[in-house]
Design a protein around this ligand. Structure first.
Ligand code: SF4
Ligand code: SF4
Length: 219
């Protein structure tokens, strides 16, 4: 059986021709315009060099817009970042320097770019956390695929992942280098120099632990 589709209606809109720009004699000669452009570039070059030598170069983004100078001498100069700037991720630590992460996969589930990979593991026999929590045997983020949306941070129930390092991903030259593993993520500090968080974490066995203790759990 063949199917017939109605014909696409023809548009009756008329297309107006765009007039070609006209050039005066000076523009047609090219050279005067080229010299004028070079003059503007040279003016900026000498102004920037003068300020650089005198050590007076202020932040060009904030201070020099009136002069039309917007180039930044990165990395000596950096744009001021907004307070809510999201830097590359870090994994926060507990007091004993182990990761706060309990490998619940909430962050990787929430991640729209699907760039977090977690392999969960059991704490060993005898560890106070065994049976209460798991831990990430592997925790990997592809920072190149990440869109820096912050959903992973929002999804985490343990304040275990943050984007407060204030760091850009370094401009590496191979894709592999953007794959950040657990140890690297745990080594980053927050912008205020800490690696833990002020959020309390109640460990199993602590008097403050709000959950079941082992005795009750086994009845
Ligand atoms: S910031 Fe967004 S895209 Fe990047 S890892 Fe987190 S959830 Fe995924
Ligand atoms: S970082 Fe947070 S959300 Fe992600 S697996 Fe660990 S505890 Fe769960």
């Amino acid at each position: 059986m063949s199917t017939t589709f109605p014909k696409k209606p023809q548009s009756s809109a008329k297309v107006a021709p765009v007039p070609r720009p006209t050039h005066d004699l000076r523009e047609k000669a090219y050279l005067p315009e080229i010299l004028a452009g070079v003059g503007v570039s040279m003016k900026h070059f000498f102004m920037n060099t003068r300020d650089m030598i005198k050590g007076q170069r202020p932040d060009p983004v904030l201070e020099r817009l009136d002069d039309g100078v917007t180039a930044i001498s990165y990395p000596e100069q950096k744009r001021p970042y907004p307070e809510r700037f999201r830097g590359v991720h870090r994994l926060t630590l507990r007091e004993d320097q182990s990761p706060r992460c309990v490998a619940c996969l909430c962050c990787s589930t929430a991640c729209p770019a699907q760039c977090i990979f977690i392999e969960a593991g059991e704490y060993p026999e005898g560890d106070k956390r065994r049976g209460y929590e798991k831990y990430p045997v592997k925790f990997v983020i592809d920072e190149l695929r990440c869109i820096f949306c912050g959903y992973c941070v929002e999804a985490c129930p343990c304040d275990a992942i943050r984007m407060d390092t204030g760091m850009h991903a370094v401009p590496y030259d191979s894709r592999d280098q953007f794959i950040y593993e657990k140890d690297l993520l745990m080594s980053f500090e927050s912008i205020d120099g800490t690696r833990e968080t002020a959020n309390p974490r109640h460990e199993p066995g602590d008097p403050t632990h709000p959950g079941l203790d082992r005795e009750h759990a086994h009845h």
